[in-house]
Ligand binder design. Structure first.
Ligand code: HEM
Length: 351
């Protein structure tokens, strides 16, 4: 009997102990949970509280293990100035400038019309551009135009495309534009250097260019059709060439700064590069709207030179008379030397 009571009380004791233990574990666990949550809550309140975000927005520096410049700053306040300059000023100004340039060339085509040859073609051709010249020109034209379109998509796509297409398509287009622009950009710089070395000599301004400018190239106004004197390149082409070299170098350099942010550039450097890149690219795009208009529609016979490498004698005489005379006198010299050689050979044979 005693043994039975003892066994029962032992079982009871173990049950009570187990119950007490589980209860105390629960309390402990709850306690620790409470302590944890209160710490987390406090931290969250501290971190994401209004004061915290006010500090972040004010550009205050925090702590991070990253040693790169400005990594402790979550929101850079001067970046707001960049954003306003880019989105509120330059982006609309650029759009106005591009549409303005396109409108001017359309009006020029309607009101002034293309510059036609005033005399009939002779059918005799003069070599103007070598194969290398043409390869360089069309590579540059392709690279520049595709960079211009992808760049314009990056700036303006969110206004004229994004609202009208499915999100997936927009995402794909903008990702493609970004990658294309980033990877093809450096090629523009390479082509620019090649073009500079190939064409700088014939793009040096001379006295005749002043008259060409004053007569507006004989394309508009009272001098229309007067064909002012020009060397291999006329004053307009020379100006365009140097615009390409200077504005292009600025666009290429600022593009490289943006493309490779691994040389310790700060956010200010990136913002400045972005603005400089945009301005130089927009100036180039506007300038080349006129060039493309003249090449495609504005001047009879210009395009065939850049496509076949040869121009008609009439075209050369009317648009680049000084160059035409040089080529003619060189041809004369060559043919007189050839004639002399032939005569000497004949003489040798007879003696
Ligand atoms: C559809 C686009 C284009 C067309 C139809 C075109 C047409 C032409 C033509 C016909 C010439 C030869 C003019 C002459 O023989 O006097 C020329 C020259 C030239 N083009 Fe283009 N072009 C185009 C785009 C571009 C672009 C995008 C660039 C550069 C960004 C460019 C840069 C040049 C340069 C530097 C010259 C040489 C001007 C000189 O110094 O004589 N072209 N282009």
């Amino acid at each position: 009997m005693f043994k039975c009571i003892k066994r029962t009380s032992l079982v009871m004791l173990s049950i009570v102990t187990a119950l007490l233990l589980s209860l105390s574990f629960n309390v402990l666990a709850n306690d620790s949970n409470n302590t944890g949550s209160s710490v987390a809550e406090r931290e969250i309140t501290q971190l994401a509280g209004a004061d915290f975000w006010r500090q972040v927005r004010a550009g205050e520096e925090g702590y991070t293990t990253s040693q790169s410049p400005e990594h402790g700053v979550l929101i850079s306040t001067p970046g707001q100035t960049w954003y306003i300059l880019k989105e509120k000023w330059m982006s609309p100004a650029g759009a106005i400038a591009i549409f303005g340039s396109i409108s001017v060339v359309i009006l020029a085509y309607i009101i002034v019309g293309p510059v036609m040859l005033s005399k009939p073609r002779t059918g005799r051709k003069i070599k103007r551009w070598t194969r290398l010249d043409r390869a360089l020109h069309w590579s540059m034209a392709f690279t520049f135009l595709t960079l211009a379109f992808s760049g314009l998509m990056l700036v303006y796509g969110k206004h004229f495309l994004k609202p009208y297409v499915p999100t997936e398509l927009w995402g794909f287009v903008i990702m493609l534009a970004k990658q294309y622009h980033n990877y093809l950009g450096p090629l523009f710089g390479v082509l620019l250097v090649l073009i500079l070395f190939k064409w700088w000599r014939k793009s040096i301004f001379s006295q005749v260019d002043i008259t060409w400018f004053m007569k507006l190239g004989g394309m508009v106004g009272k001098h229309k059709g007067s064909h002012p004197s020009a060397e291999f390149s006329n004053a307009g082409e020379k100006a365009l060439f140097w615009l390409l070299i200077f504005a292009g170098s600025i666009a290429a350099f600022s593009g490289l700064v943006l493309d490779f942010p691994i040389f310790g550039q700060t956010r200010r450097d990136m913002e400045l590069s972005n603005l400089v890149h945009m301005v130089s690219a927009l100036i180039l795009i506007c300038g080349f709207v006129f060039h493309i208009y003249i090449g495609l529609f504005g001047m009879e016979g210009a395009l065939e030179g850049m496509v076949t490498g040869e121009v008609d004698e009439t075209w050369a005489k009317e648009h680049h008379d000084i160059w035409y005379e040089e080529v003619m006198s060189e041809n004369k010299k060559e043919s007189s030397v050839e004639g002399q050689v032939k005569q000497e050979a004949k003489h040798e044979q007879t003696t």
